[in-house]
Ligand binder design. Structure first.
Ligand code: NAI
Length: 262
């Protein structure tokens, strides 16, 4: 049985992953802004530093895996774009950089990062914007996002945060520090999954209309526990040969938008 760190553990898909791992007999260290072993605000450098340290102390320097599910959606608000970049990008990469030695200590660790199919379905996000996020030049990234219009800025920030984190995963997955240390670094890219994050968006009539009009060939919304099963599979021995992959589980939207683009 292994020891796993899971962020975003208090709700939705993160909570479903925790339930599955615990019922399989694993030890899980949960991280969230509420109701977790490690309560920390991943939108601040202090919170991220505390979360990284506390998990390292509790796992005694060895992690068999990590699931980075903490994230916030594109709700309205002038501060929201910055918050999205902090939680959805830095809340993933700052923790993973700190936890890398503990993951390497396991010899065969697996990491699953929550991306999104908004990476391939939200238009107009320039490479310069996502590169600025990866370079941690958030001012530049936010300036570019706001050029696309204040009203849509949270949606563009959300898409940009998920593209940046996916590029980060693919760039690092194949390096000596990650693959070379036996760490399988992969991401899952869900479509619309019925969790509190999606329910918050559905509560706004204009957003609900947009979400319901979005092409989902298989129809309906995804189930958080089904996504948790994909994640636990990606943490299992069956995923030993999976490295730097972004797994889309989205009812067919990515295929609909990009049938020939692979
Ligand atoms: P959720 O809202 O049910 O859960 C997110 C968790 O992250 C919550 O427990 C929340 O407290 C935590 N969190 C938020 N801000 C935090 C902060 N500053 N510090 C610490 N923890 C914080 O969301 P859901 O749907 O389970 O999302 C999980 C991941 O999947 C997110 O990264 C989301 O972007 C991604 N995703 C979700 C989709 C959906 O349709 N639900 C679609 C595609 C991706």
């Amino acid at each position: 049985m292994g020891t796993y760190a899971v962020t975003g553990s208090a709700s939705g898909m993160g909570a479903a992953v925790v339930d599955r791992l615990r019922s399989d007999g694993h030890t899980v260290l949960t991280v969230d802004i509420k109701d977790a072993d490690v309560v920390a605000d991943l939108s601040t450098p202090t919170g991220r530093g505390a979360a990284a340290r506390e998990v390292l102390e509790r796992c005694e320097g060895r992690l068999d895996g990590a699931v980075l599910a903490a994230g916030i959606g594109p709700a309205p608000g002038a501060d929201r774009p910055q918050l999205i970049l902090e939680v959805n990008f830095l809340g993933v990469v700052d923790l993973l950089e700190a936890w890398r030695p503990a993951l390497a200590a396991a010899g065969n660790a697996k990491v699953v990062v929550f991306s999104s199919n908004s990476t391939t379905t939200v238009p107009l996000i320039a490479r310069a914007t996502t590169d600025a996020i990866i370079d941690r030049d958030m001012e530049k990234a936010l300036r570019r996002i706001r050029l696309l219009g204040a009203k849509m800025a949270p949606s563009f920030a959300y898409g940009a945060s998920k593209i940046a984190v996916s590029h980060w995963v693919r760039r690092h997955a194949v390096t000596r520090e990650w693959a070379g240390a036996g760490i399988r670094l992969n991401a899952i890219a869900p479509g619309a999954i019925l969790t509190p994050l999606l329910q918050q968006q559905l509560a706004t009539p204009a957003e609900a209309k947009r979400i319901k009009a979005f092409p989902v060939p298989i129809g309906g919304f995804g189930d958080p526990d089904h996504l948790a099963r994909w994640v636990t599979f990606m943490l299992s021995d069956a995923a030993d040969f999976l490295c730097g992959s972004i797994i889309f589980v989205d009812g067919g939207s990515d295929a609909w938008f990009r049938a020939s683009d692979w």
